[in-house]
Ligand binder design. Structure first.
Ligand SMILES: [Zn+2]
Length: 94
């Protein structure tokens, strides 16, 4: 299975964490959504899209009426999981 639509790498030390899923006092730790292990703050997490949908992007024009974006078909992420580097490596190689 190849999951390569969009991969964003966040450093867990950057403070970018979804609210509500971490215990107070260990705000930079995270639990890998794949192996369910608790991961140390020094190890970066990776967001992997697990569900995407097709999206049509409309043409966009500037205020003068000039075309600035031709639009087209693409994908957008519906849901994603946060995984540790080890699980991310396994996903890339499978
Ligand atoms: Zn993992």
């Amino acid at each position: 299975m190849r999951l390569a639509a969009r991969i964003i790498i966040y450093s867990s030390a950057s403070g970018h964490q979804p609210p509500g899923d971490l215990a107070i006092g260990c705000q930079n730790m995270y639990v890998c959504d794949s192996c369910k292990k608790q991961i140390a703050p020094s190890i970066p997490s990776r967001l992997v899209p697990v569900k995407t949908r097709t999206k049509q992007y409309p043409k966009r024009y500037d205020k003068g009426g000039s075309l600035v974006d031709k639009g087209g078909d693409g994908f957008e992420t519906v849901s994603e999981i946060r995984v540790c580097p080890e699980c991310h490596g396994k996903m890339e190689n499978s």
